[in-house]
Ligand binder design. Sequence first.
Ligand code: GLV
Ligand code: MN
Ligand code: MN
Length: 412
Amino acid sequence: MLHDRLGALAALGATDDGIDRALFTPAERAARELFVAWARADGLRVEQDRAGNVFARLGGATDASSGSAQAAPVQCGSHLDTVRNGGAYDGAYGVVGGLEALRRIAESGEAPPRALEVVAWAGEEGSRFPLGCLGSSVYSGLTPYADVEALVGDDGETFAAAVRGPYGLLDGVPVRDGFPPPAAYVELHIEQGPVMEREGARLGIVSAIAGQRRFRVLLDGVAGHAGTVPMRGRADALCAASEIVLAVERAALDADDTVATVGHLVVEPNQTNIVPGRVVLRIDLRSVEDGRIDLAERRIRARADEIGAQRGVGVSVETIETRAAVPMETRMRLLVSAACAERDPRAITIASGAGHDAMCVAHVAPTAMIFVPSIGGRSHVGDERTAPADLELGVEALAATLLAAAHAPWSG
Ligand code: GLV
Ligand code: MN
Ligand code: MN
């Protein structure tokens, strides 16, 4: 079931190089529809919220007892959107693995005292609208819904239009009132790096999720004829941008345990015989220590100013996203540790360099994560893989954690 479902999702948005499933596109909507169909077939109750998050609920004892208020559920989940040319497991595994864990719990006949929910969070990758963890950020109250509605996608459409458009909210799925937080949250995910494979670990207990900061840099130079404008005195926006790209790399190298990437760059007018007049680039900067991010940011800003001044190019650096590093919650982490240690004597504790919806949900509920290895450490690429037996083991650890968490005495 797990593997068939992952295979079915992988076909949605498949390209020659991977999978394209940006939020509120036909392929992404099809993935949410498939999730709803599977959840209903598994006997779960399905709802969505205004941000496009979809919830599938297995009722607990308190749901069944009439007259009493329903206790907050224990949640798991991840996302169904992908980066451009992404892989079949990043996000999808946590969603499908969540359904599988709930199916196994339901089939075991054990009625958990609290409801359990699997959530397909909307737009985790920020691959259409310029905000990562979009749905979970709204859900957790970190980003006001009105701010998200105003976001403009790379294709020029606003979130407000897209969520109401043909590929936005699902038909026939009730819209939940508000964003009530869960009692606790656990996210199952692939590692997306090489550490677990190198250590021979099949399960990973996440200690913390790296903080991230994203910036948009606008460079305004002077366009001109590539054949006639002398080399000296040019204000070439792309030459300035190139120096800034290298300054970003240097800032991360000098800050230790910090990574920085320029993965998005738009050149105007982008023609062979015109000196580039304008460039927009985006920087992604991360570390599990926020102080290192601060340091790298200071260096990047200082160098960007210098480079702009030296080249006569206007440079402005705008922060577009800030997420602090998030440690996993102690009690949930202990439940994850017990579930992992029982199934893998070589399970390791590991920090996550990648961002996850868990880093938002952690602001409103005790949160932890379980990792499984990525073959060759490959992720955000089409050849992302995890061994089927490891995928299975991760689901077992997730089911055990969910059950233990459902029995734990959370407030709410
Ligand atoms: C999401 O995968 C991120 O870490 O950017
Ligand atoms: Mn992910
Ligand atoms: Mn990702």
